[in-house]
Design a protein around this ligand. Sequence first.
Ligand code: PEP
Ligand code: MG
Length: 577
Amino acid sequence: MLVKEGISASPGIAIAKAMIYQKASIEVDNTDALDTNEELKKLQLALNISVQQIEQIRDKVSKEMGEDEALIFQAHGMILDDPEFLEAIEIEIKGHRAQAVNAVILVTKRYSEMFEQLEDQYFRARAADIVDVGNRLRNNLLGVEQVDCSNLDEDVIIIAEDLSPSDTAQMDKKRVRGFATDIGSRTSHSAIMARSLEIPAVLGLKDISSVIKTGDIIILDGISGCVIINPDYQQLEKAKEKQQAHRKRLEKRLQLKDLQAITFDGHIVELVGNIGEPSDIAGVIKNGGTGIGLYRTEFLYMNSDTFPDEEKQLKAYKSAIEAFPQGSVIIRTMDIGGDKKLPYLPLEEELNPFLGLRALRLCFNEIELFKTQLRAILRASIYGNACIMFPMISSVEEVRKAKAILEECKEDLFKAGLAFNEEVKVGVMIEIPSAAMTADIIAREVDFFSIGTNDLCQYTLAVDRMNENVSYLYNHFHPAILKLIKQVIDASSQSPNTFTGMCGEMAGDPLATVILLGLGLDEFSMSASTIPQIKEIIRKVRFEEVKEVAKKVLEMETSEEVTNFVLKFLENKGITF
Ligand code: PEP
Ligand code: MG
């Protein structure tokens, strides 16, 4: 038995077998082949194994998910059958005396780069398939076992060094009971994903992926942030009790589902959900969210192997809008870049990707992609209350530029005779300090703000939101963050008709609720699973008293003072977690 402490990133208790999800670290020997015939034989064997594996996955996916989903594996099989691809590998072996594994790595790289350069989006997307197939062939040559988490036979807790958004997107959501990773923090995307899937997660465990073996029994405690490996009987019984108690607490809170988020003295706010894909909508409704405060549309792009066209996007946005006939749905234009990459959109390597070509900056470079998305949102706007939100705004000029492009899109649609809501609301994310400090100027251009504290903290405090080594510095109760939030809310309240929401993770932090409420935040947008707890707090306090709380914490010097003060306040109100 071993206990590891990490960062609690999504609440709940999971008890299941561990499954190590590893992007195998590959070591290759670059020396010449000793016997080229031997290498050709090895290649043939690895090819046979790869073809068999792909056929098995194809059959399984086709049976369980349908023919459409299985098509991708048919394409993978075709790559292994492609005479040009195979001949190129053989030439490297026979002509240049390369070992089979090196020949495969080299040719895969050459072919995938060639496809990445092509104009046609469909062919560009094939580059990712070539890499997938090439890696499979390489792993079979090296005898490296590969882990496929997209189709699991039993419940597992995924253990990994790190999980990228595309790793989590591919996982079998019915079988994955939790995540535990070496790196990451509360605001890394794996944490956000875990919360939206309502599964527990503990991140920042430093070396968990090297101390656990696949098959070990794990207790993952997302409430206290610890992981117990191969627990004894008593620990298992205790964990089961805690799991039960947590479930009961959740059930009790869910009874508030249809009640308003209203303080004891009648102040009403909106509690809405953050979603990444249409399948997240059900969770928001189940937990009593009245709309969507952040639709992270980049997942639509990341879950696809080519750019989703206007019709596909329209369908996705329409389904979200129609799910909330009374509430609004804030659709954020794609935030690609930073840690979110598209296999079919090659971008230059950047030294500081979070400060680089990300979100709106990338959209300004890829104007046709941007316009396709804006047209899709505009067309979806006739089905309800859609709002458009631009991310990563650093100055008012960017807002004006984005709005001008939106106007061009409206004109295109008008000319094409396609309907849209001319009054669609336009807002921006306030997640860069320069935008927060000029919120009074930006407020004149928009209908709403949504404060993105995940990035606002990262950029204000100079703390990488993904880096567990500095996560102790990442704190949304830092006086600088509280002052910026106040400045933004005050700026919007002075501008008629502009409202302020928050869609960063702070909005779902129960310790932050009374401060944000007291500062006058109009809308709290969060992972669906946290909505009931935040509503419970709001319904137990008075607006007049939390205004005082906000005033007091703004005078404090450290985040510790702030947290202690709020904890005391909540305790006096009988609010426990
Ligand atoms: C934020 O930065 O707070 C935010 C909500 O956006 P994301 O987490 O997608 O960067
Ligand atoms: Mg952000």
